[in-house]
Design a protein around this ligand. Structure first.
Ligand code: AMP
Length: 283
């Protein structure tokens, strides 16, 4: 696997691949890789000649009081995991190269960035959109792989790609879970043992919600109340939100109807560590 830090060297490598008409699959990550990330890599390996992974803890998507400094990092381990998966190219840009002091441009979306995580993280998704747009321009992939665990992020990026006519196909990959249902996340490593034990309640709440819908419950208010009731059992957790929204627009839903596709989405703080998860429900 080739590892590249400099932007010009990365561009030259991509240019050469493009000249040889290689198909490129791209997986942007913040590193500290786990099976969730690796499932995206495996999917890309199946569908493309070249799999490019980036590792960049993007300062732009963290708020001033968030966990940028604490975010787990282990490039040596990440590199060996990616080598085992036979990824062809690892891009590890430096923040000062991606964001030179004189840069002036950012990408911002008006609506889809506002609900759910956008309430407690008002600058987060514009930071995500900006870095992903830059990485897409550098990697020029045919297919971009995103995890459904970060569902709002998927929707933000899909909207940006549509709005800006970016020539790339998006593949959303199912959420990989631990055996107790907790969605895999680099941030899980920051949980204490008792917090980790309680964190499985997040998936319990989501599953119970899906179950209630399948049993005929249609009132979003009741579904949200029940999710919150389950989540209050996490005595070490602090609920950020438990919502039912339209799966495309992320707008609030009041009553679920036949044919609807909705998202049950949850965010819970354990100390400074914020965990998110969601489940798609088709009626
Ligand atoms: P991150 O390193 O957290 O920015 O994630 C990089 C990519 O991996 C994003 O597209 C995430 O949605 C995806 N991802 C993270 N966790 C999981 C998971 N448990 N299952 C599937 N994809 C995931």
């Amino acid at each position: 696997m080739k590892i590249i830090q400099s932007l010009p060297a990365f561009k030259r490598t991509i240019d050469a691949l493009k000249r040889r008409r290689k198909t490129i699959g791209f997986i942007p990550t913040m590193g500290f890789l786990h099976e969730g990330h690796l499932s995206l890599v495996r999917r890309s390996k199946k569908e493309n000649e070249i799999t490019v992974v980036s590792i960049f803890v993007n300062p732009l998507q963290f708020g001033p009081f968030e966990d940028f400094k604490r975010y787990p990092r282990d490039l040596v381990r990440d590199r060996s995991l990616l080598e085992k998966e036979r990824a062809e190219l690892l891009f590890v840009p430096r923040a000062e190269d991606l964001y030179p002091a004189d840069s002036q441009t950012s990408v911002s979306l008006k609506v889809i960035t506002k609900p759910l995580c956008g309430i407690s993280r008002p600058t987060h998704f514009n930071g995500v959109a900006t870095v992903v747009m830059k990485l897409l321009n550098l990697a020029r992939p045919d297919i971009l792989y995103l995890g459904q665990k970060d569902y709002q992020q998927c929707r933000v990026i899909e909207q940006m790609i549509e709005d800006l006519n970016v020539p790339v196909t998006v593949r959303k990959v199912f959420t990989k879970r631990e055996t107790d249902g907790l969605a895999m996340s680099s941030r899980n490593s920051l949980l204490s043992k008792p917090e980790r034990a309680e964190a499985s309640l997040i998936y319990n709440a989501l599953q119970q919600c899906a179950q209630a819908v399948h049993s005929g419950e249609r009132r979003a208010a009741k579904l949200k109340k029940d999710m919150k009731r389950v989540l209050t059992l996490a005595s070490l957790g602090f609920l950020d939100y438990a919502e039912i929204v339209d799966a495309k627009t992320l707008a609030d839903v009041v009553n679920l109807k036949k044919g609807d596709k909705v998202l049950a989405a949850v965010a819970v703080y354990f100390g400074e560590t914020r965990l998110i998860d969601n489940i798609l429900i088709k009626l």
